[in-house]
Design a protein around this ligand. Structure first.
Ligand code: FES
Length: 351
């Protein structure tokens, strides 16, 4: 960072001329009452524009008075920004960027040209045409190395084109602002490498664009359909899980039998379940759908007075033990889950 000192020789006073006074007042009026200090940067810029590209101390005091700011506050702002010159500069003021991207791309050669053609930093050339200052990044790194001369950027510099540029400026010739090589704005050297199809810009792709949009809409519609199917499937699975868990919850609880078995496995008739002399309405349930019950066993069950799922579903542990002993099943009724099966079947419809 360069030292920010006020010039040794200063004019006595400073006043904005009509043009800049109007601009300054308009800028101040943009801020709410009490916030006029916010206009300091544009006012400093106007002072520099009016005063040969540098700001005298009298202008700093004048601006401080206009904005109701202490002079030291104005000085703090003006010395922070290298865009403000605090001493006279050449007619063509060169701000040379020496920050890393520019330095890596050959800024040293540009600096040497400044020294060789103009002289030491912060001094005006003998003919009054030039002065230069090293500054931090000016934001055009992609086209490094670069300099700012007065209000213009010159980019992609090298020793030769920079020397020529200074010669042209001195001679009053027109110069090419911006890049000095075969480059469009900040595109790659030698021409753009992307978006090169003319059809992108001549309107001929409007039809294709419509086609693409239609394809996108189609894909989106398909995706929506798949999502809906997946959601429906998921809802179905959740409903099945819920039904299963409800069924689980309502599963009949078979308490442990308390019936006393004789040595031969017989169970007292006190635990005999309710039996029917015949099927209700003369129509028995198909007991064969219960696992382990075949035609023969169904006939035995009917003979005992068991015709309906609801009868089986209603058995408690002692009654199961009684039926088990009669059929000599040795626990098969429980193992095969007759009670659970009969409960489900009874819900579906007992006769
Ligand atoms: S580093 Fe030079 S412009 Fe950014």
């Amino acid at each position: 960072m360069s030292a920010r000192l006020l010039a040794a020789e200063q004019p006595e006073d400073f006043e904005f001329n009509d043009e800049f006074s109007k601009l300054a007042q308009a800028r101040i009026a943009m801020y709410p009452e009490g916030k006029q200090a916010s206009a300091i940067v544009p006012l400093l810029w106007f002072a520099q524009k009016q005063h040969d590209n540098w700001i005298p101390e009298a202008a700093l005091r004048h601006i401080g008075d206009m904005l109701g700011m202490a002079y030291i506050r104005v000085l703090e702002v003006v010395t922070f920004y290298t865009m403000f010159n605090l001493s006279p500069v050449g007619k063509h003021f060169v701000q040379f960027c020496g920050t890393t991207p520019c330095w890596l791309n050959g800024a040293d050669a540009i600096k040497n040209v400044c020294k060789e053609v103009i002289g030491n930093e912060n001094t005006i050339s003998e003919d009054g045409e030039f002065s230069w200052l090293e500054v931090e990044c000016l934001g055009a790194c992609v086209n490094a190395p670069m300099v700012q001369i007065n209000d213009d950027f010159y980019e992609d510099l090298n020793e030769d084109n920079f020397k020529k540029l200074l010669e042209d400026l001195k001679a009053g010739r027109t110069t090419n602002v911006g890049t000095q090589v075969d480059r469009l704005n900040a595109a790659p050297c030698g021409g753009i490498t992307t978006l090169t199809d003319d059809a992108l810009f001549d309107g001929s792709m409007v039809g294709s664009y419509k086609q693409v949009m239609q394809e996108i809409e189609k894909v989106e519609a398909e995706a929506k359909k798949v999502a809906e199917l997946e959601a429906a499937e998921k809802a179905k699975e959740e409903a099945a899980e819920k039904a299963a868990s409800e069924k689980q919850e309502t599963k009949p609880e078979v308490k442990e039998a308390v019936s006393v078995k004789a040595d031969d496995g017989a169970v007292s008739d006190a635990f005999k379940p309710d039996m029917l002399s015949e099927a209700r309405n003369g129509e028995a349930d198909d007991l064969k759908v219960i696992k382990g019950v075949g035609p023969k066993l169904e006939s035995v069950l009917n003979g005992l007075g068991i015709f309906h799922y609801s009868q089986v579903a209603a058995w408690n542990a002692d009654q199961i033990a009684w039926v088990d002993s009669k059929l000599k099943f040795k626990g098969r009724i429980e193992r095969d889950g007759w009670i659970e099966q009969a409960s489900s079947l009874a819900k579906e419809g007992d006769k």
